[in-house]
Design a protein around this ligand. Sequence first.
Ligand SMILES: [Zn+2]
Length: 85
Amino acid sequence: MAEHDVTCREVVELVTEFLEGTLALDRRDVFERHIAMCTWCETYLYQMRHTLIVLGRLREDDVPIPVVESLALAFRTEHPGKQSR
Ligand SMILES: [Zn+2]
C-alpha cells in the first residue's frame, strides 16, 4: 500500500479539499485511512473542520466526520495501543 500512502504533510495540504468534499475519491480513501491511523492528523482534521465552520466555509452537516470517527474507532478496536510507524 506504500505507493498510495499519504504523509502527514500531504494530509495538511489536502484537509481543506477533504472537508469541502472536493478531494478526488481515490485520494479521499487514502486520506481517511491515514486519519484513522494517525492521532496527530485526526486532531488536525478536527481543528480544521472547526476553523472552516467558524469561517463560514462549511456547514456542520456538510462534513463527513462520522465516517472518519467510525474508521478511527474500528482501527483502535482492532489494534489496541498500536501506533502508526
Ligand atoms: Zn499523519
